[in-house]
Design a binder for this molecule. Structure first.
Ligand code: 1HN
Length: 348
């Protein structure tokens, strides 16, 4: 805190005092109080965009330098430009672009961190979660909840790229991370593809299934074909001025977030639509799945196209303009903030 009005001898006495208490691992609150309890969030996170057209060649190059088996996961981390070296895109979230080539396997492991995948490019890969495989198609939103075994493979003839989103910084902050490698490279399949979606995602639940409120969903794939047709079906009447036609993904058994630490959303913006300024406390990662437009984040303007990824820092105003009919996917730590009573938003 700057106190220009104090006498030099008082300032010197205080500095002397701070030095002496510093030797006893203490420091005066009054010098830092304003920064500790700001009137509104001042995030160190910077707005940023990764244009897929500019980075896809780098992702392909990684495929020539290392195998998925050697890398365990061949991923280029999307590091927030203001937080380099910290493996994060916001202070609570990690994002990366993962590549798997035909014939490769990313071996089975599990960890305390929760993960989501959003499939961007190529066909023929699968991910296996808890003994069930799902074929990955573009736009599919797939989850691997905390401590579930998961591995990936590519049975097709094209490279496949997806966006990973994990709660790595959040788990690191809490010092609650555990992980384990499986002795088997790929999980044995114990249920046929589609089993979880049929059991838990068909407006029915197994007769004895009673999930807790924060339980992750047993439905681990939200197919883009369903998401897209639902968005088109609700796109009538007047879109929300700040959000367009926006939906949240849920655990169909609880109505809560698919995973307790990461919330996921999708929205459709009709061609020519422009959202009113909006801000919220959850820094959010956006992916353009269809269309093109502009994102005005604070005072920065970014043009986005299909497969571009951009990050909106906490409490930064966002205006979206759709040049074409646009579908966006997004994720954030909103369920954590809501559970803790911290989440706020503002429609400007
Ligand atoms: C992980 O397990 C995956 O399973 C991707 O594909 C990215 C980043 C950090 C830690 C674990 C995956 C990851 C990760």
């Amino acid at each position: 805190m700057n106190r220009p009005d104090i006498a030099p001898e008082v300032a010197a006495a205080r500095r002397n005092f701070y030095d002496r208490i510093g030797a006893q691992s203490m420091t005066p609150l009054w010098e830092v109080l304003g920064a500790l309890v700001p009137p509104f969030p001042h995030s160190p996170v910077a707005p940023a965009i990764w244009h897929y057209a500019d980075v896809r060649e780098r992702v392909a190059e990684a495929g020539e330098l290392i195998t998925a088996a050697e890398a365990e996961r061949r991923v280029l981390i999307l590091e927030n430009p203001a937080l380099r070296g910290q493996s994060c895109i916001t202070q609570s979230l990690y994002a990366g672009l993962q590549l798997i080539l035909p014939g490769e396997v990313a071996p089975s492991h599990r960890h305390a961190q929760s993960a989501l995948r959003l499939v961007l490019d190529g066909e023929g890969a699968y991910t296996a979660v808890d003994g069930e495989r799902v074929t990955m198609s573009r736009g599919d939103f797939i989850i691997t909840p905390a401590w579930t075994w998961h591995d990936h493979g590519n049975l097709g003839n094209q490279p496949v790229v997806w966006l990973d989103g994990l709660d790595i910084p959040l788990v690191r902050f809490l010092d609650a991370g555990f992980s384990e490698k499986s002795p088997e490279e790929s999980q044995r399949t114990v249920r046929p593809e589609g089993d979880a979606l049929a059991r838990y995602g068909s407006n029915m639940l197994p007769i004895d299934y009673e999930p807790t409120q924060s339980a992750p969903t047993k439905v681990f794939v939200y197919p883009f074909a369903q998401t897209r047709s639902a968005l088109l079906a609700i796109s009538h009447g007047v879109p929300d001025a700040h959000l367009g036609f926006k939906q949240k993904f849920v655990n169909p058994a609880t109505g809560g977030s698919p995973m307790p630490t990461i919330g996921a959303f999708t929205q459709r913006l009709p061609a020519g639509f422009e959202t009113r300024p909006y801000r919220s406390t959850d820094g959010t990662v956006y992916v353009c799945l269809e269309g093109a437009g502009e994102a005005e984040i604070g005072d920065q303007l970014y043009r986005f196209e299909e497969n571009d990824v951009f990050v909106v820092p906490p409490w930064h105003t966002l205006c979206l303009r759709a040049r074409q009919d646009t579908i966006l996917f997004s994720f954030s730590d909103r369920p954590v903030q809501r559970a803790l009573g911290l989440w706020r938003d503002e429609r400007l």
